[in-house]
Design a protein around this ligand. Sequence first.
Ligand code: ADP
Ligand code: MG
Length: 223
Amino acid sequence: MSQNVIIKIENVKKFYPKSKALNGVSVSMNEGEEYLIRGSSGSGKSTLLYLLGGLERPTEGKVIVNQKNLGELNDEELALYRNRYVGFVFQFHFLLSSMNCMDNILLPSRLGGLESSEVKKRALVLADHLQVSHCLEKFPFELSGGEQQRINIIRALSLKPHLLLCDEPTGNLDSENSKKVIQLLRLLAREFNSTLVVVTHDPLIAQSFPNQFVMKDGVLLTQ
Ligand code: ADP
Ligand code: MG
Protein backbone atom coordinates (compact mmCIF):
# COMPACT_ATOMS: atom_id res chain seq x y z
CA MET A 1 0.00 0.00 0.00
CA SER A 2 1.32 3.45 -0.86
CA GLN A 3 2.24 5.80 1.95
CA ASN A 4 1.67 9.10 0.15
CA VAL A 5 0.24 11.75 2.41
CA ILE A 6 -2.96 12.71 0.58
CA ILE A 7 -4.69 14.77 3.30
CA LYS A 8 -3.00 17.37 5.42
CA ILE A 9 -5.09 19.31 7.89
CA GLU A 10 -3.18 22.10 9.60
CA ASN A 11 -4.51 23.76 12.74
CA VAL A 12 -8.03 23.96 11.38
CA LYS A 13 -10.67 25.89 13.26
CA LYS A 14 -14.32 26.16 12.30
CA PHE A 15 -16.42 28.57 14.31
CA TYR A 16 -20.16 29.03 14.08
CA PRO A 17 -21.87 31.98 15.78
CA LYS A 18 -22.76 29.86 18.80
CA SER A 19 -20.09 27.16 18.81
CA LYS A 20 -16.49 26.33 18.13
CA ALA A 21 -17.10 23.18 16.09
CA LEU A 22 -13.37 22.62 15.40
CA ASN A 23 -10.78 24.16 17.64
CA GLY A 24 -7.37 23.40 16.13
CA VAL A 25 -7.32 20.09 14.28
CA SER A 26 -4.06 18.89 12.72
CA VAL A 27 -3.77 15.50 11.08
CA SER A 28 -2.26 13.76 8.07
CA MET A 29 -3.79 10.84 6.23
CA ASN A 30 -2.20 8.51 3.71
CA GLU A 31 -3.58 7.65 0.31
CA GLY A 32 -5.55 4.41 0.20
CA GLU A 33 -5.74 3.98 3.98
CA GLU A 34 -8.77 3.61 6.25
CA TYR A 35 -9.48 6.00 9.11
CA LEU A 36 -12.10 5.88 11.78
CA ILE A 37 -13.34 8.79 13.89
CA ARG A 38 -15.40 8.33 17.05
CA GLY A 39 -16.58 10.91 19.55
CA SER A 40 -19.66 12.14 21.30
CA SER A 41 -22.44 14.07 19.63
CA GLY A 42 -21.58 17.70 18.94
CA SER A 43 -17.81 17.12 19.15
CA GLY A 44 -17.19 18.25 15.55
CA LYS A 45 -17.00 14.99 13.57
CA SER A 46 -19.43 15.94 10.81
CA THR A 47 -17.89 19.39 10.51
CA LEU A 48 -14.51 17.82 9.81
CA LEU A 49 -16.02 15.66 7.05
CA TYR A 50 -17.77 18.71 5.53
CA LEU A 51 -14.43 20.53 5.37
CA LEU A 52 -12.67 17.51 3.84
CA GLY A 53 -15.45 17.17 1.29
CA GLY A 54 -15.33 20.83 0.30
CA LEU A 55 -18.84 21.54 1.59
CA GLU A 56 -17.63 24.10 4.12
CA ARG A 57 -14.56 26.30 4.41
CA PRO A 58 -12.41 26.57 7.53
CA THR A 59 -12.48 29.72 9.64
CA GLU A 60 -8.72 29.31 10.15
CA GLY A 61 -6.05 26.84 9.08
CA LYS A 62 -5.57 24.73 5.96
CA VAL A 63 -7.29 21.70 4.52
CA ILE A 64 -4.95 20.31 1.86
CA VAL A 65 -6.14 17.37 -0.24
CA ASN A 66 -4.01 16.00 -3.06
CA GLN A 67 -1.77 19.08 -2.75
CA LYS A 68 -4.69 21.49 -3.18
CA ASN A 69 -5.55 23.93 -0.45
CA LEU A 70 -9.35 23.64 -0.53
CA GLY A 71 -9.75 27.04 1.13
CA GLU A 72 -8.14 28.69 -1.91
CA LEU A 73 -10.42 27.09 -4.52
CA ASN A 74 -13.27 29.17 -5.91
CA ASP A 75 -16.84 27.84 -5.83
CA GLU A 76 -16.60 26.28 -9.29
CA GLU A 77 -13.30 24.54 -8.54
CA LEU A 78 -14.70 23.29 -5.27
CA ALA A 79 -17.78 21.88 -7.03
CA LEU A 80 -15.52 20.09 -9.49
CA TYR A 81 -13.44 18.72 -6.60
CA ARG A 82 -16.58 17.35 -4.94
CA ASN A 83 -17.83 15.76 -8.15
CA ARG A 84 -14.54 14.23 -9.34
CA TYR A 85 -12.76 13.46 -6.14
CA VAL A 86 -15.18 12.80 -3.30
CA GLY A 87 -17.87 10.25 -2.50
CA PHE A 88 -20.22 11.11 0.36
CA VAL A 89 -22.22 8.72 2.48
CA PHE A 90 -24.00 10.88 5.00
CA GLN A 91 -26.16 10.18 8.00
CA PHE A 92 -29.03 12.07 6.48
CA HIS A 93 -29.12 10.80 2.95
CA PHE A 94 -29.78 13.20 0.18
CA LEU A 95 -31.67 11.20 -2.42
CA LEU A 96 -33.76 13.40 -4.67
CA SER A 97 -37.44 12.57 -4.26
CA SER A 98 -38.32 13.49 -7.85
CA MET A 99 -36.28 10.74 -9.50
CA ASN A 100 -36.09 6.99 -9.14
CA CYS A 101 -33.17 5.31 -7.38
CA MET A 102 -31.20 4.39 -10.51
CA ASP A 103 -31.42 8.00 -11.70
CA ASN A 104 -30.29 9.13 -8.25
CA ILE A 105 -27.32 6.78 -8.48
CA LEU A 106 -26.40 8.05 -11.94
CA LEU A 107 -26.81 11.72 -11.04
CA PRO A 108 -23.14 12.43 -10.15
CA SER A 109 -21.92 10.86 -13.38
CA ARG A 110 -24.54 12.77 -15.41
CA LEU A 111 -23.63 16.05 -13.72
CA GLY A 112 -19.96 15.43 -14.37
CA GLY A 113 -20.50 14.30 -17.97
CA LEU A 114 -19.12 10.88 -17.06
CA GLU A 115 -22.12 8.62 -17.58
CA SER A 116 -21.11 5.30 -19.10
CA SER A 117 -22.16 1.68 -19.37
CA GLU A 118 -19.39 0.89 -16.87
CA VAL A 119 -20.96 3.16 -14.24
CA LYS A 120 -24.36 1.53 -14.81
CA LYS A 121 -22.90 -1.96 -14.65
CA ARG A 122 -21.13 -1.17 -11.40
CA ALA A 123 -24.40 0.16 -9.96
CA LEU A 124 -26.19 -3.08 -10.84
CA VAL A 125 -23.47 -5.24 -9.29
CA LEU A 126 -23.45 -3.17 -6.09
CA ALA A 127 -27.25 -3.18 -5.89
CA ASP A 128 -27.21 -6.96 -6.15
CA HIS A 129 -24.56 -7.22 -3.45
CA LEU A 130 -26.47 -4.91 -1.11
CA GLN A 131 -29.80 -6.55 -1.93
CA VAL A 132 -31.51 -3.47 -3.33
CA SER A 133 -31.87 -4.52 -6.99
CA HIS A 134 -35.65 -4.44 -6.52
CA CYS A 135 -35.42 -0.76 -5.51
CA LEU A 136 -33.73 0.68 -8.57
CA GLU A 137 -36.90 1.58 -10.45
CA LYS A 138 -38.63 2.85 -7.31
CA PHE A 139 -38.70 6.36 -5.89
CA PRO A 140 -36.96 7.05 -2.57
CA PHE A 141 -40.25 7.48 -0.65
CA GLU A 142 -41.15 3.88 -1.53
CA LEU A 143 -38.05 2.55 0.27
CA SER A 144 -37.26 1.88 3.90
CA GLY A 145 -34.58 3.99 5.62
CA GLY A 146 -32.09 1.15 5.33
CA GLU A 147 -32.77 0.68 1.61
CA GLN A 148 -32.37 4.42 1.01
CA GLN A 149 -29.05 4.31 2.85
CA ARG A 150 -27.79 1.48 0.66
CA ILE A 151 -28.84 3.35 -2.52
CA ASN A 152 -26.97 6.35 -1.15
CA ILE A 153 -23.85 4.21 -0.73
CA ILE A 154 -24.06 2.96 -4.30
CA ARG A 155 -24.36 6.54 -5.53
CA ALA A 156 -21.33 7.58 -3.46
CA LEU A 157 -19.26 4.78 -4.99
CA SER A 158 -20.49 5.25 -8.54
CA LEU A 159 -17.50 7.32 -9.67
CA LYS A 160 -14.80 5.40 -7.76
CA PRO A 161 -14.02 8.40 -5.53
CA HIS A 162 -10.44 9.05 -4.44
CA LEU A 163 -11.79 10.10 -1.07
CA LEU A 164 -14.75 8.33 0.48
CA LEU A 165 -16.32 10.19 3.42
CA CYS A 166 -18.86 8.30 5.50
CA ASP A 167 -20.80 9.92 8.33
CA GLU A 168 -22.57 7.27 10.43
CA PRO A 169 -22.98 5.14 7.30
CA THR A 170 -24.77 2.35 9.17
CA GLY A 171 -27.09 4.55 11.23
CA ASN A 172 -30.24 3.10 9.67
CA LEU A 173 -29.14 -0.50 9.32
CA ASP A 174 -29.51 -3.65 11.43
CA SER A 175 -26.29 -5.29 12.62
CA GLU A 176 -26.11 -7.81 9.78
CA ASN A 177 -26.47 -5.14 7.09
CA SER A 178 -24.13 -2.80 9.01
CA LYS A 179 -21.38 -5.39 8.85
CA LYS A 180 -22.02 -6.00 5.18
CA VAL A 181 -21.98 -2.31 4.32
CA ILE A 182 -18.74 -1.65 6.18
CA GLN A 183 -17.08 -4.68 4.60
CA LEU A 184 -18.19 -3.51 1.17
CA LEU A 185 -17.04 0.08 1.76
CA ARG A 186 -13.62 -1.18 2.83
CA LEU A 187 -13.35 -3.68 -0.01
CA LEU A 188 -14.21 -1.10 -2.66
CA ALA A 189 -12.06 1.59 -1.08
CA ARG A 190 -9.15 -0.84 -1.37
CA GLU A 191 -10.05 -1.77 -4.93
CA PHE A 192 -10.23 1.88 -6.00
CA ASN A 193 -7.25 2.88 -3.81
CA SER A 194 -9.63 5.37 -2.17
CA THR A 195 -8.84 6.94 1.15
CA LEU A 196 -11.69 6.03 3.48
CA VAL A 197 -12.78 8.17 6.42
CA VAL A 198 -15.62 6.77 8.52
CA VAL A 199 -17.40 8.40 11.44
CA THR A 200 -19.33 5.97 13.64
CA HIS A 201 -20.72 5.31 17.09
CA ASP A 202 -20.81 1.57 16.58
CA PRO A 203 -18.02 -0.02 18.67
CA LEU A 204 -18.18 -3.28 16.70
CA ILE A 205 -17.36 -1.42 13.51
CA ALA A 206 -14.82 0.83 15.16
CA GLN A 207 -12.64 -1.94 16.57
CA SER A 208 -11.83 -3.37 13.15
CA PHE A 209 -10.17 -0.19 11.83
CA PRO A 210 -6.38 0.20 11.90
CA ASN A 211 -6.25 4.00 12.31
CA GLN A 212 -8.47 5.43 15.00
CA PHE A 213 -9.17 8.94 16.23
CA VAL A 214 -11.47 10.39 18.81
CA MET A 215 -12.95 13.86 18.41
CA LYS A 216 -13.30 15.69 21.69
CA ASP A 217 -14.57 19.27 21.93
CA GLY A 218 -13.39 20.14 18.45
CA VAL A 219 -9.95 18.54 18.80
CA LEU A 220 -8.88 15.30 17.16
CA LEU A 221 -6.99 12.87 19.39
CA THR A 222 -5.06 9.81 18.21
CA GLN A 223 -6.09 6.57 19.87
P1 ADP B 1 -20.90 15.81 15.53
O1 ADP B 1 -20.98 15.39 14.10
O2 ADP B 1 -19.68 15.30 16.23
O3 ADP B 1 -22.15 15.46 16.28
P2 ADP B 1 -21.01 18.51 14.44
O4 ADP B 1 -19.78 18.66 13.64
O5 ADP B 1 -22.27 18.24 13.73
O6 ADP B 1 -20.77 17.41 15.58
O7 ADP B 1 -21.24 19.83 15.31
C1 ADP B 1 -20.23 20.43 16.11
C2 ADP B 1 -20.75 21.73 16.71
O8 ADP B 1 -20.95 22.68 15.68
C3 ADP B 1 -22.11 21.57 17.40
O9 ADP B 1 -22.12 22.43 18.53
C4 ADP B 1 -23.08 22.04 16.36
O10 ADP B 1 -24.23 22.58 16.95
C5 ADP B 1 -22.31 23.11 15.63
N1 ADP B 1 -22.69 23.22 14.21
C6 ADP B 1 -22.49 22.27 13.26
N2 ADP B 1 -22.93 22.69 12.05
C7 ADP B 1 -23.43 23.93 12.24
C8 ADP B 1 -24.04 24.91 11.39
N3 ADP B 1 -24.20 24.69 10.07
N4 ADP B 1 -24.43 26.07 11.94
C9 ADP B 1 -24.23 26.32 13.24
N5 ADP B 1 -23.67 25.47 14.11
C10 ADP B 1 -23.27 24.28 13.63
MG1 MG C 1 -22.48 14.29 13.11
